[in-house]
Design a binder for this molecule. Structure first.
Ligand code: GLU
Length: 492
């Protein structure tokens, strides 16, 4: 394959936000294009005028950009191409591949009922395929409207070599009879062109070499191949990717809750981890590559030979693992850049007013984060004074805890004389880690307590919980603003 001729596209319908399945299709298209040095294009399929919304188009493009799936030409807007679609329908009418069908909705419903009663599969019975000029005149005189149908011969065999599924073979008789390619319209008008027709016309106009899309489109591919033939257009190569399944092994759907890319983003998954994870949904990396990689690394080795036919089960554990890998690998500055907007959204800002404190907090929390949202929950007690949970309260009430805390408080006040709680201190006035450790040791000695009891009680007092990050680092972060002292005083 000449690299220059490789042109693939993603053809999302802007009738909802970017779905994880569409995003995964985008990933495979992008990987294939980048692997072969081809072009990755976008076509916005907005012909469903009622359901298509500009904000969905914006959401889809924004999501693709965020994932790093940049496209190579301005997106094609399908609704702007309606003249080309109509022209193709005219061509099919003129060549006899298509005809007007005047059957009314009531007649079609009756036909389907009869088929159901006879236990036959529902299909159009091609009843208006060969109307005489007089019959057509009579229908028009009745004021009937007509759809345009494309002839599908029952005897036709459609064969293609699918890049994922190998040789595919369909019989014309399995395609439901002559297919509607334009909606109902009056007399000689052509109504709105429909999906299979417009996709073929647009893919050909965009010189698409490979159509890579979900396996739910396989029957459409059979119909589209017939259209390519009738329109005298060269057909692209097809690759049908496996569906994404939920935990029960059924197709992932809206009912599974989190399915839109923006949901994953809001939950705190990084673009890197999601792109990595979506690549693994159906594709196996070559031996030795491991499962953690960036898109460029995957593009270097991507091929459809390693795409499975079986559905790909969505695995939260793996996504979480990948996201943690990404977060743990980020330098504090980069992690902070991801966390800062979430902290700002909570109305939080650094008590010291400078970025050093935020960087130190980020460095402290970073190693335990699975999602960025964890970075909000775990940071909360550093920005907001927490109430004590039950365990923490029991600890503070336990024997020896208060004298231990009083000793720590005294030591802190001595280390930090005269600073009222709530004021920010210059960093030079804060404790250093060694000093803080010594101070805690001293306090334990003064109170005659085990250092462990002092530590546990101090954690309860500072964080309102017995769980949390390194205690000395926590103390160092809460001390300069006077928060550590205030939280101890509160418990005493
Ligand atoms: N608009 C169609 C969809 O979102 C495009 C399918 C295709 O790739 O042809 O399912």
């Amino acid at each position: 394959m000449n690299a220059l001729t490789v042109r693939v596209r993603l053809a999302p319908s802007p009738t909802g936000t970017l779905h994880i399945g569409t995003a995964r299709t985008a990933v495979f298209n992008w990987l294939f294009a980048r692997h072969l040095g081809g072009a990755f294009l976008i076509r916005i399929e907005d012909t469903d005028r009622e359901r298509s919304k500009p904000e969905y188009t914006a959401n889809i493009l924004d999501g693709l950009r965020w994932l790093g799936l940049e496209w190579d030409e301005p997106p094609v807007i399908q609704s702007e191409r309606i003249e080309a679609h109509r022209a193709a329908i005219q061509q099919l009418l003129a060549s006899g591949h298509a005809y007007r069908c005047y059957a009314s909705e009531a007649e079609l419903a009756e036909m389907r009922e009869a088929q159901a009663a006879a236990k036959e599969a529902p299909r159009y019975d091609n009843r208006h395929r060969n109307l005489s000029a007089e019959q057509e005149q009579a229908f028009l005189a009745e004021g009937r409207e007509a759809v345009v149908r494309f002839r599908i011969d029952d005897g036709a065999t459609i064969v293609w070599n699918d890049l994922v599924r190998g040789e595919m073979r369909w019989s014309g008789s399995d395609l439901g009879g002559d297919m509607v390619i334009a909606r109902r319209a009056a007399a000689a008008a052509i109504g709105d062109p429909l999906y299979n027709l417009v996709v073929v016309v647009d893919d050909a106009a965009m010189a698409i070499s490979h159509v890579i899309r979900g396996e739910d489109h396989i029957a459409n591919t059979a119909k589209q191949l017939l259209l390519y033939g009738a329109l005298g257009l060269p057909a692209p190569v097809f690759a049908h990717t496996p569906l994404i399944l939920n935990g029960e092994g059924r197709k992932l759907s809206k009912r599974d809750g989190v399915t839109s890319l923006s949901d994953f983003r809001d939950l705190g998954y990084t673009a890197d981890a999601l792109a990595n994870y979506m690549t693994l949904l159906g594709w196996s990396p070559p031996e030795g590559m491991g499962e953690r990689f960036c898109l460029a690394e995957a593009a270097a080795v991507f091929s459809f030979e390693r795409v499975n036919r079986a559905g790909a089960r969505f695995d939260w554990d793996k996504l979480n693992w990948l996201n943690a890998q990404v977060l743990h690998g980020l330098p504090a500055e980069q992690l902070l850049a991801l966390l800062a907007p979430r902290w700002q959204a909570q109305g939080w800002s650094s008590p010291s007013g400078d970025v050093t404190w935020e960087l130190e907090l980020t460095a402290l929390l970073g190693p335990s984060l699975v999602t960025l949202q964890d970075g909000v929950e775990q940071a909360r007690p550093f920005f907001e004074r927490p109430s004590l949970n039950d365990e923490a309260r029991l600890q503070i009430e336990s024997e020896g805890a208060k004298p231990a805390l009083a000793a720590v408080l005294q030591a802190l006040e001595q280390a930090d004389p005269g600073q009222p709680a709530g004021n920010s201190l210059p960093a030079s006035n804060s404790l250093a880690a060694d000093q803080a450790r010594a101070l805690l040791g001293e306090a334990a000695k003064t109170a005659g307590m085990k250092k462990g009891v002092v530590m546990k009680s101090l954690r309860a007092a500072l964080l309102g919980s017995l769980q949390g990050p390194d205690l000395v680092a926590t103390l160092l972060l809460l001390q300069p603003s006077g928060e550590a002292i205030a939280r101890l005083q509160r418990c005493l």
